[in-house]
Design a protein around this ligand. Structure first.
Ligand SMILES: [Zn+2]
Length: 301
């Protein structure tokens, strides 16, 4: 039943947007549902539309643009319709899709498919702020002793450190950082609403989090007012396992450079696990601003 539903959705998508014009109109409606905004100067004033229906010109800065400018589609010669399919396929495969498979599905080169996947994954970071009861924790990825859940010292290690937080009954967010201590605190301050109750393990870097306006329950904090059993970090630990299984099982190896994009994908899947494939697709389509160039992708970050 599930498979049938999925297939019909993908089929519906192809039927609904049978060519480039319909795919572009669809994306224009999604992106500019509250009116056209110039991607160069963000003006909402008058825009001129050229005869081809594709090109626009801003009356404020006089620059030209298409709906692709300022999104992950900018500068890509691939048809928008193939992008739509790639986004749908990537979002609906529970364990992700390889660039080899996507290349076959779309009839593009593997290099193009790889590039599409990385751009899509780049766009999957959602800006939501976590609140309520939030579990925060860190985990380590890559390197030789990847089975160890935690190691205290990272000096000389090739491991990547990732800090994360999950709202109980809500979303997860995770970020690759350089140093766990200060960066973990900054991550919480940036991503969790003040006044939230933070659940962590006994890690020292969170001990002063109360000074930043958070209430804090730590696992070894036996004298606290929280009932035993409420203070745990099982949810975020569950997410780490999910992420590690995904990376080890499907992707085999993820370099430190690309780790954040995989984190974004797995966070996104986790956060949208209750959605239908089509709802997830549409949410992704609305969230495609930001552009990742090939240079940025292969170069330093
Ligand atoms: Zn403008």
């Amino acid at each position: 039943m599930e498979t049938k539903k999925k297939n019909s959705s993908l089929l519906q998508l192809m039927e609904k947007y049978p060519d480039e014009v319909s795919a572009r109109k669809y994306f224009e409606c999604l992106r500019w549902e509250n009116g056209i905004i110039c991607p160069h100067c963000e003006s909402r004033k008058r825009v001129y539309i050229y005869d081809d229906g594709r090109l626009y010109k801003c009356s404020e800065c006089l620059k030209q643009f298409t709906v692709k400018i300022g999104t992950i589609f900018e500068g890509s010669a691939l048809p928008l319709r193939k992008w739509l399919l790639a986004i749908y396929i990537e979002g609906s495969h529970k364990k992700g899709i390889s660039s080899i498979q996507l290349a076959k599905d779309l009839g593009v080169t593997q290099k193009s498919a790889w590039f599409m996947l990385h751009r899509i994954r780049f766009a999957l970071d959602n800006g939501s702020i976590l609140k309520g009861v939030v579990e925060a924790d860190e985990s380590y990825f890559g390197g030789k002793d990847s089975n160890k859940h935690k190691i205290k010292k990272l000096k000389g290690s090739k491991k990547s450190v990732v800090v994360g937080a999950v709202e109980r009954g809500g979303n997860v967010k995770a970020l690759k950082v350089r140093f766990v201590g200060e960066d973990a605190v900054k991550f919480v301050v940036d991503n969790v609403e003040r006044g939230s109750v933070l659940m962590t393990d006994e890690a020292r870097h969170y001990t002063k989090i109360c000074e930043k306006g958070f209430r804090h329950g730590s696992i070894n904090h036996s004298g606290g007012k929280y009932v035993n059993g409420v203070i745990h970090t099982n949810t975020i630990e569950g997410f780490w396992s999910h992420l590690k299984r995904g990376i080890n099982g499907i992707q085999h190896h993820v370099s430190d450079k690309h780790l954040q994009k995989y984190i974004n994908v797995y966070s996104y899947r986790w956060n949208t696990r209750e959605m239908t494939d089509f709802d997830r697709f549409e949410m992704t389509m609305k969230n495609l601003t930001g552009r990742l160039t090939y240079k940025e992708l292969i170069g330093k970050e």
